[in-house]
Design a protein around this ligand. Structure first.
Ligand code: AMP
Length: 289
């Protein structure tokens, strides 16, 4: 067997594809770390291509995470298709989601068409993706509506798992927000110790529930990051959003329990949400805030 080739950036493996097999068609967005394009692979397969700005991270760190991402396959997780790591900028090629990020989807007109049942169905899908990561002992570290993507028929998939660790280690968030963390999504113990767990992901999921119910409103809308950092550890929690079903607020509050061991598992969150979805009759006005 031939030894794997390396140019110092990566090992060539079956995930590596030639850049020439990709056509970048349309820019979908620009993030802190690079740009995202709609593309065509081998002139046949629609894909999303994430280009990573040079020097935003340690390529070895990235490749270690990519190795794990390759093994994570689930219908509610964005599938990694291929990579181009032989020269910079590194490309990450994933499945294409027709409606972009959940945050944008909620905020624009489409969001206005969503009813409570759609909202519950969407967060149940996020919980299902996260329940799979939980089972694999994998931690997302940056779960938020901006990191969930939406396809046709309100299909939701969790994106960017694994990348957060690389980027957070590179203090990208520090550069952007004056702090290391996406403060309003980060559990107090993770903020305090820098240690992320699946239970800090559950906290973030509670914040994502809030984003979905409010059609993409900024969490803690009247508070600065500094106020959140100082007040949440002493017990402050967001109040229920207007007309939020009581059962949904109870779920958020459970995700925001101070003792992380008291927070539900994603498996439990998934079945509770799927239960709400079945029980459509419970959403009369009496059960809302
Ligand atoms: P990001 O840099 O990951 O925040 O991505 C920037 C924007 O590109 C997102 O807000 C989405 O609108 C879009 N985007 C990222 N990944 C995909 C994808 N796989 N399919 C469709 N749109 C995407």
């Amino acid at each position: 067997m031939e030894a794997p080739q390396t140019n110092g950036l990566s090992y060539l493996d079956q995930w590596e594809i030639p850049r020439s097999s990709l056509k970048l068609l349309k820019r979908l967005g620009a993030g802190q770390f690079g740009e995202v394009y709609e593309g065509l692979w081998n002139n046949t397969t629609p894909v999303a291509v994430k280009t990573l700005k040079q020097g935003t991270m340690d390529s070895q760190d990235f490749l270690r995470e990519a190795q794990i991402m390759k093994s994570l396959r689930h219908p509610k997780l964005i599938q990694l298709y291929a990579v181009c790591t032989q020269e910079e900028p590194i490309y990450i090629i994933t499945e294409l989601m027709s409606n972009g990020s959940l945050l944008e989807y909620l905020q624009k007109d489409d969001g206005a068409k969503l009813g409570i049942q759609d909202q519950i169905e969407m967060v149940a899908q996020v919980a299902a993706g996260m329940a799979f990561l939980e089972l694999q002992n994998y931690i997302h570290r940056d779960l938020a509506a901006r990191n969930v993507l939406v396809g046709d028929n309100n299909i939701c998939k969790v994106a960017d798992f694994g990348l957060a660790r690389v980027f957070i280690n590179e203090n990208i968030y520090e550069a952007k927000e004056g702090t290391k963390f996406p403060v309003k999504w980060t559990a107090p113990e993770a903020m305090h110790t820098g240690k992320f767990t699946i239970k800090s992901d559950v906290w973030s999921f509670g914040v994502l529930l809030y984003e979905v119910i409010t059609f993409g409103q900024m969490p803690y809308p009247t508070m600065t990051n500094y106020q959140v950092v100082t007040q949440v550890p002493t017990g402050y929690r967001m109040p229920a959003p207007a007309s939020c079903p009581k059962v949904m607020y109870e779920l958020m509050a459970d995700c925001w329990k101070e003792d992380e061991h008291q927070r539900p598992t994603f498996e439990t969150l998934q079945w509770r949400l799927e239960g709400f979805f079945d029980d459509v009759t419970s959403y009369d006005d009496a059960s809302r805030y």
